[in-house]
Design a protein around this ligand. Structure first.
Ligand code: SAM
Ligand code: DTB
Ligand code: SF4
Length: 349
């Protein structure tokens, strides 16, 4: 089996239509061919600039247009970011993701973010940033600073997107992804489920991601966090099995990518999260806060990993230049911090 960028919509639909067990079984088989089993990569998020965003993304508590009671904050100082990154590293994170509520960064802000990227890299962490739209020149500046990943989500299908965001187009997003890819930065791109989209929108989102010129190296699948004051505050709850299906189809379509079980974990029980790992999720956000909303308690996550004998994985597995793991062997664990677990939990089992 090889990595394909020529999936058809019909093929993606067929995967979603499989009986649940057949789909999860197939996804797990693909997972074992391409990824280190029982290994989950740990990222920590920090909101470096919070709220007052001019965009109107209907899901987002940070838009200036919705009254969500959010405490707004300007771009953090370098020292504070470094302190938070060190703490994340010491707790076992291998990647530090800095998020800013920008439509696109202004030159003076980008200069400050560049200094943050350098400082975080100096701590031995992988760096990720999500700053909204960037131009090809800005992407090159970020690359020169040593940025490893840029997160920019497509969020949903191009059709449904227009119901969710009016202040920038789907093509704007694709252009940013191209700028990032062309600059040689790893792309982190996924979406949100539970926004009232229909099953075909999920098919189309994953089809778009899986037919990009290169698969995003990281694919975050977020379950909508329904925040009071946003237009989607009362969106209908998602069937948890539909969330697992999304993970499983992403795993099959983009076998060499890390699929991240992202926002929404605070509302998921342990059994559902385990099912997501079975279906091919192999990355999480760790730490008690995402950007502005809650995430599971860190002790709870450590306990969950221990109970499932999952280990914190090496960041190297995600590099597009990393050797293929078709033998199913796990890369060497690094930075496992508080996630180390009892001997005997073989990662290559
Ligand atoms: N402003 C930048 C942008 O939009 O690209 C970066 C920050 S933005 C908060 C990053 C991503 O978080 C969004 O693209 C969206 O996918 C996700 N997100 C935001 N609010 C969310 C929510 N309530 N539930 C789930 N995901 C959410
Ligand atoms: C992504 O796909 N999910 C993260 C990260 N990329 C930046 C953000 C989730 C945000 C959830 C709502 C909040 O905490 O504000
Ligand atoms: Fe702004 Fe990003 Fe939130 Fe949209 S998702 S309102 S661009 S912070």
């Amino acid at each position: 089996m090889s990595v394909r960028n020529d999936w058809t919509l019909a093929e993606v639909e067929e995967l979603f239509d499989l009986p649940f067990m057949d789909l999860v079984f197939k996804a797990h088989q693909v997972h074992r061919l391409f990824q280190a089993p029982n290994t989950v990569q740990i990222s920590t998020l920090l909101s470096i600039k919070t709220g007052a965003c001019p965009e109107d993304c209907a899901y987002c508590p940070q838009s200036v247009r919705f009254d969500t009671g959010l405490e707004v904050s300007e771009l953090l100082e370098l020292e504070e970011v470094a302190v938070r990154a060190r703490a994340a590293r010491d707790a076992g994170a291998t990647r530090f993701c800095m998020g800013a509520a920008y439509r696109s960064p202004k030159p003076k802000d980008l200069r400050k973010v560049v200094a943050m990227i350098r400082a975080v890299k100096d701590l031995g962490l992988e760096t990720c940033a999500t700053l909204g739209m960037v131009t090809p020149d800005q992407a090159l500046e970020l690359k020169a600073a040593g940025l490893d990943f840029y997160n920019h989500n497509l969020d949903t299908s191009s059709r449904y997107y227009e119901k969710i965001i009016s202040t920038r187009t789907y093509q704007d997003r694709l252009d940013t992804l191209q700028a990032v890819r062309d600059a040689g930065i790893n792309v982190c791109c996924g979406g949100i489920v539970g926004m009232g989209e229909n099953p075909q929108d999920r098919v189309e989102l994953l089809h778009t991601l899986a037919t990009l010129p290169e698969h995003p190296q990281s694919v975050p699948i977020n379950q909508l966090v329904r925040v009071a004051g946003t237009p989607l505050a009362n969106a209908a709850a998602l069937d948890p099995f539909d969330f697992v299906r999304m993970i499983a189809v992403a795993r099959i379509l983009m076998p060499a990518s890390h699929v991240r079980l992202s926002a929404g974990r605070a509302e998921m029980n342990d059994e559902l999260q385990a099912l997501c790992f079975m279906a091919g999720a192999n990355s999480i956000f760790y730490g008690e806060k995402l950007l502005t909303t809650g995430n599971p308690d860190t002790q709870h996550d450590q306990d969950l990993f221990r109970r499932l004998k999952i280990r914190a994985g090496s960041p190297r597995a995600e590099s597009p230049h990393a050797e293929s793991r078709s033998d199913g062997a796990a890369p060497t664990a690094r930075g496992a911090g508080s996630f180390s677990h009892a001997p005997g939990a073989s990662v290559a089992s």
